[in-house]
Design a protein around this ligand. Structure first.
Ligand code: G3P
Ligand code: CA
Length: 362
């Protein structure tokens, strides 16, 4: 357990009581943000409309993790944008979903000689990796759409943004739109990066502090699939933390018998509430599917998390094949409404416009 206030205490002006799901939490914009910006309601307990978190930006429309994807998401109504964060060879945080670069950039054509094999325990991967490129080299890359099923019309048009550039965009767009736009960075593979002497956490906190003087009141949520780095972050700054929960497997830094299933149990959620403000859950932990792919009745995870004092954000809402369940009859709104009725507090969506259309009418 890290140091700092328990979630049951007031944390730097942010009321984080175990009953805080009963309240609307207004995230005040601080010094770097425009004076007239409004507020983002980060709510919980099904008391208000779920917030919309743009998953990798408006990644259903633009190559993921580009400034163009984030800006479009904000214009479509996203409350938060979600940069996944990795780090370059020379220690600069940049937005990419994973450290491997060849699935979302033209790195193979630009730097053919940097192809290599990485070993992770008993596993290995062959490709191009962000920790082998300096920022100057990364600046030469262009993003491309990952999925063959999505439009490639924007391939080659956008560069790879640094985290500082993403945060600057958030503040600029807050001023331009008159809304408080939040940022929801995810530390990717933090124990791996720490193991190669490129730790993420200190640089992440420093970057956030360059843009918000008071992280306790900033519209910032930091997420991770790992546990120990969240506890480390909690000891470093009063930033709100979100424990990601997958539908199977275990955190990379898990010891003993800890799995995502044990973390998602009522007892596991009470344990998470000692260091985090909420969970980011795979939607199949909320509404599972059977072996035939059909949706099953909801679990108790939302109720259990709320009972533990945690907010619940759910991922990932995608309106396109092959991700979209046939039972929704081709209506993305049906899925958002189903989850909203369960009392979730936010959605990670590749299509923020669809989320806004479904949820803002409620
Ligand atoms: O962070 C929530 C969700 O984005 C987790 O999945 O793999 O898209 O980062 P991933
Ligand atoms: Ca993510």
């Amino acid at each position: 357990m890290g140091q700092g206030a328990e979630p049951g205490e007031a944390v730097g002006g942010f009321i984080a009581s175990r009953c805080f799901r009963l309240f609307t939490l207004v995230l005040a914009v601080t010094n770097c943000a425009p004076a007239r910006a409004g507020s983002v309601a980060a709510t919980s307990g099904g008391q208000a409309t779920p917030i919309i978190i743009a998953h990798r930006g408006a990644s259903g429309y633009r190559p993921e993790h580009t400034l163009a994807a984030y800006e479009l998401a904000i214009r479509q109504g996203a409350d938060f944008i979600e940069p996944d964060v990795v780090i370059t060879k020379d220690g600069v945080l940049v937005a990419r979903h994973e450290h491997r670069l060849d699935e979302t950039t033209d790195v193979a054509e630009r730097f053919p000689d940097l192809r290599t094999v990485k070993r992770f325990g008993n596993d290995s991967a062959t490709g191009w990796f962000v920790e082998d490129l300096t920022l100057a080299q990364l600046r030469l890359l262009r993003a491309r759409e990952r999925l063959p099923s999505r439009s490639h019309a924007y391939d080659g048009q956008f560069g790879i943004p640094t985290l500082d550039e993403v945060l600057a965009l958030v503040l600029r767009m807050s001023g331009e739109t008159g809304r408080v736009i939040g940022v929801y960075p995810e530390t990717k593979s933090p124990s791996y990066f720490r193991s190669i002497d490129l730790p993420l956490e200190e640089k992440l906190i420093a970057a956030l502090r360059r843009h918000w003087s008071d992280l306790a009141d900033a519209p910032v949520l930091v997420q991770s699939f790992e546990v120990e780095n969240l506890k480390r972050l909690r000891s470093m700054a009063p930033v709100r933390l979100i424990q990601l929960l997958d539908a199977q497997g275990a955190p990379a830094d898990a010891g003993g018998t800890t799995t995502y299933a044990t973390l998602a149990s009522a007892a596991g959620l009470r344990g998470i509430a000692r260091y985090a403000h909420g969970v980011g859950a795979n939607k199949r932990l909320i509404i599972p599917v059977g072996p035939d792919g059909r949706l099953l009745p909801p679990t108790s995870v939302v109720a259990d998390a709320h009972a533990a004092g945690l907010i619940v954000h759910v991922w990932t809402f995608r309106s396109d094949a092959p991700f979209f369940a046939a039972q929704y009859g081709g209506d993305p709104g049906a899925e958002y409404r189903q989850f909203a009725a369960l009392g979730i507090d936010g959605v990670f969506s590749d299509f923020p416009d669809h989320a806004a259309a479904a949820l803002r009418r409620r």
